[in-house]
Design a protein. Structure first.
Length: 169
């Protein structure tokens, strides 16, 4: 997905208003989630880390996940689910547990587009993607420096051999 996605396909920040276990469905819960629309969405999920007041990444019915999967409203465990609680993979983030809700800091605005990279929950600002790119660049610089050092060592060895050979003749 690109940054210019329209409202229908974008992943959004939602705040959990209610969280109720669905009887007879092991681990399945019905959530009421405020996504900034006129009415809260009902979403069925097995994510264990959901509770009232947490902010999560939500894909509403009609949205397209970052892997290209289109979200549709459907009945899950007897509940009409109007979207999906996204895990970090669905949100396009690196790391995180599969099946665990992608959590957002409390200062994220309800209904705002979900961030492209995982935000820190401790309030510190970082761009995980940028940090990863910087680590890659540092790794490449180190590799180039090692190559240059090896080339210099070989050149010195070859010069020493040439000097020794010139001394013999």
């Amino acid at each position: 997905m690109s940054d210019d996605d329209d409202d229908a396909t974008a992943l959004r920040c939602g705040e959990i208003l209610t969280c109720v276990a669905i009887d007879g469905r092991d681990g399945l819960r019905a959530l009421e989630v405020d996504c900034g629309d006129d009415a809260p969405l009902t979403i069925a999920t097995r994510a264990a880390n959901v509770e009232v007041g947490k902010k999560i990444v939500v894909a509403r019915a009609g949205a397209t996940l970052r892997d290209g999967t289109r979200v549709e409203a459907r009945r899950v465990g007897g509940v009409m689910s109007e979207g999906v609680v996204c895990d970090s993979t669905m949100a396009g983030w690196s790391g995180g547990g599969q099946g665990a809700a992608a959590l957002l800091p409390n200062d994220f605005a309800v209904g705002a587009k979900a961030p492209r990279t995982r935000p820190r929950l401790d309030g510190k600002v970082t761009d995980e993607g940028e940090g990863e790119r910087e680590r890659e660049r540092a790794k490449m610089r180190e590799k180039e420096e090692k190559k240059a050092a090896l080339a210099a060592k070989r050149a010195a060895r070859d010069a020493k051999k040439a000097a020794k050979k010139d001394g013999e003749t």
